[in-house]
Design a protein. Structure first.
Length: 713
């Protein structure tokens, strides 16, 4: 199963010392694709004027055209909601290729695999050569480059990527001895892992990261710092990387004076989408990629920076301009999504935010038939009924229920609406929830694959071993200590057989499953064989719903079929944050496309003809969790994103009473939108008066009602 990682350094400083020095002074050993075909700047200018396909830019507005035709030097594209950002980016990619730049020298960085796939597909439709453009997320791009050049970090084989659950499991084992005898209420392992991750992405000291993310745990600064150092050492020893390491190692490559220029030679032009969502670590990567040429075009909307909890900040685009003073600024201000009445609200919110750029959006869609509405209702029950009524009324008039979306700041505010939809048989889907790769049975399948690729993957071994009866944590640790040192499948099978006999248990199918992966067959075939072998055992584990779980495994096999090797598949499925059940549509009892219920974060980048915003009150919009000016700034941007998802109709619902029967407080944003909306108290809605306990001596005998009139002695 390959040599070990024992040669790796034990600290970031040692890692940097090793970088580029392991093979002597020459840096020619660094692997990179050919420099590619790039025309001299003067010749490119001629081509721009003569050979660019006029059809490519014919349907663009002047600002979009300026962005597409920009070739060299840094540029910032401020793309308002619905302004054709994706169309502009893809046409620029095609235009670069048509102007003489080799497609493999173009790098497109996005925040999801789905976005990268869509953009590259659109670009390929414009020019078939665009299929060779490099595209992917920050993490996927980083992982590819790191593993191509693992040798400069002292490793002799590719790194294995830990998913968040693996990280939590390792942290849990690290803190166990630290907690012994300590009577304090320690933070959970998952909380410590999030603090360590936040510190890495923001480049903050642990103490400041705790203060910003979990101030209640400031007394554990030393313990969390120690945990981070032990975790770092563990990963270095085992050849493991977590998501944050992907970025840290990539940044280290780019900042190295010897290796950085060689890595940058891979690409001549960089494009970064959703730049407002970048954190400090990702900014280092962008700046490192820019190099001396600075051919970087970033696209984003500071008003849609809503990932502060991940370390992003709304001033990143202003920071780019400060970093590169010669940056060209291009504003996309024509909105092709929303009616003017909705755009008026978007502009009102935008004017109240401090984003560093002045702009005014204009609708290309013209006016709507009616103004957006604030609908006053009695309570959350009446609110859910009103939303359901609106959807059914639209359906009865020939509309599609899938044209409607319910957007909430927190999913807890959607539960009553879900119940209403269920009772009235309105099909719906929830954006968010448990991803397929977080389900227990899928984790087991992936764990078998992971230990076959890297036997030192202790979290995966622990997950598998502890699934079997009569194996507790202590026994599992003893077995895994042996398994993590094996070098081939046969040796792993011998250890499992020995432990079966010693512990009077059965590792049903596990050894044969590992053997099934010891071939060069396509990953879908390999995992299909594993599933067939493990099927009988897994059915005993999840006997109540195994049929449904088996469908999830079939969906994973479809995803695996998109990859050439097991390594590629594991990397993709680990890094992809948006993996969903491909069979979800088939489970619907109706062919009718559903209403969408989503958090605002989940709705980013999407649009619907009609958007419903329930609980338009303080505590939900903005959230009760907002405390600092930065928090309230982010809440405003979240509201901006919610409003700008609507195309034709926008409804806010304002319950007078909350679930506890207390009066609600109007949203802080009501003053902003008041000039642009109509207010309506819905027909058949009655605002309640103060209630309370009824005054009566009558009693209801529920024992008799529920159990009958049988006396009990």
């Amino acid at each position: 199963m390959g040599p070990s990682y024992r040669s790796l350094g034990r600290s970031p400083e040692d890692l940097r010392r090793r970088t580029g020095r392991r093979h002597g002074q020459s840096s020619a050993h660094l692997r990179h694709p050919p420099a590619g075909r790039i025309l001299p700047r003067a010749r490119r200018s001629i081509l721009i004027g003569l050979s660019v396909n006029d059809e490519l830019i014919a349907d663009l507005n002047p600002s979009q055209r300026e962005a597409v035709l920009h070739t060299d030097g840094p540029a910032v594209v401020i793309a308002g909601p619905g302004s054709g950002k994706t169309k502009t980016l893809t046409k620029r990619a095609a235009r670069l290729v048509q102007s003489g730049i080799a497609p493999e020298r173009i790098l497109l960085i996005t925040f999801s695999r789905a976005s990268a796939k869509e953009m590259l597909s659109r670009a390929k439709a414009l020019d078939n050569r665009c299929q060779f453009i490099s595209g992917g997320t920050f993490h996927a791009t980083a992982t590819k480059v790191i593993n191509q050049n693992a040798h400069v970090f002292g490793a002799d084989k590719p790194f294995t990527i830990l998913d968040p659950e693996d990280v939590t499991e390792i942290v849990k084992r690290i803190i166990a001895p630290l907690k012994e005898g300590d009577k304090r209420n320690w933070p959970r392992a998952s909380t410590i892992a999030k603090i360590i991750s936040f510190a890495a992405n923001t480049k903050l000291p642990i103490e400041e990261a705790i203060e910003r993310k979990n101030a209640d745990y400031l007394e554990f600064v030393d313990e969390i710092s120690q945990t981070r150092d032990l975790f770092t050492t563990y990963k270095l020893d085992k050849g493991l990387l977590d998501y944050d390491d992907c970025l840290i190692y990539f940044a280290a490559l780019l900042e190295d004076p010897t290796i950085g220029p060689l890595v940058r030679r891979n690409w001549s032009h960089i494009m970064v989408d959703e730049y407002q969502d970048t954190n400090a670590l990702q900014l280092d990567i962008v700046y490192g990629l820019a190099g001396e040429q600075q051919n970087v075009l970033i696209v984003g909307d500071p008003g849609q920076s809503i990932y502060g909890f991940r370390g992003s900040a709304p001033d990143t685009m202003v920071g780019f301009i400060k970093r590169f003073p010669q940056t060209r600024v291009i504003k996309l201000e024509t909105n092709y999504r929303s009616a003017q009445e909705i755009v008026d609200i978007v502009n009102a919110i935008d004017a109240d935010m401090e984003i560093g750029f002045e702009r005014t959006l204009r609708s290309n869609q013209g006016p709507s038939k009616s103004k957006p509405e604030v609908r006053e209702v009695a309570d959350n029950v009446a609110e859910a009924g009103a939303i359901a009524d609106a959807i059914i009324e639209d359906k009865n008039e020939g509309g599609e229920v899938s044209n409607h979306a319910v957007l909430v700041r927190s999913m807890s505010y959607a539960r009553r609406i879900e119940a209403e939809f269920i009772s009235r048989q309105i099909p719906y889907r929830v954006v968010g929830g448990i991803r397929i790769d977080e389900a227990a049975h899928i984790k087991d399948l992936l764990s078998i694959a992971r230990v076959s690729v890297n036997p030192e993957h202790e979290p995966a071994w622990l997950r598998l071993i502890q699934r079997y009866p009569r194996i507790g944590p202590k026994s599992a640790d003893q077995i895994v200590e042996q398994l993590s040192k094996v070098t081939d499948t046969a040796e792993a099978k011998r250890i499992l057989a020995k432990e079966e006999a010693a512990r009077k248990t059965s590792f049903d199918g596990l050894g044969y499953a590992l053997s099934a992966l010891a071939s060069s067959a396509p990953p879908a075939d390999l995992l299909g064989n594993v599933a067939a072998i493990m099927d009988p055992f897994w059915e005993t584990v999840w006997k109540d719903d195994w049929a449904d779980r088996r469908k999830d495994i079939d969906a994973v096999l479809l995803i695996a079929a998109e990859h050439h090797t097991l390594d590629d598949f594991l990397t993709a499925i680990t890094l992809d944050h948006s993996l969903e059940k491909k069979a979800a549509e088939a489970s619907q009892k109706t062919d009718e496309k559903p209403v969408t219920i989503s958090t605002v974060h989940g709705a980013k980048g999407l649009e619907w003809p009609t958007v419903h915003c329930p609980s338009f009150i303080r505590g939900h919009m903005p959230s009760n969790y907002a405390q600092s000016p930065e928090d309230f700034g982010e809440e405003m941007r979240i509201f901006y994103v919610a409003v700008s998802r609507a195309m034709k109709n926008l409804f806010f619902y304002k319950p007078a009473y909350d679930a506890s029967g207390s009066f609600t407080t109007p949203s802080d944003y009501e003053r902003l939108i008041a000039p642009y909306v109509s207010f309506e108290r819905l027909v058949n809605q009655s605002i309640p008066v103060a209630g309370g306990a009824v005054k009566t001596n009558a009693r209801i005998d529920m024992r008799s009602k529920l159990l009958g009139h049988v006396p009990h002695n």
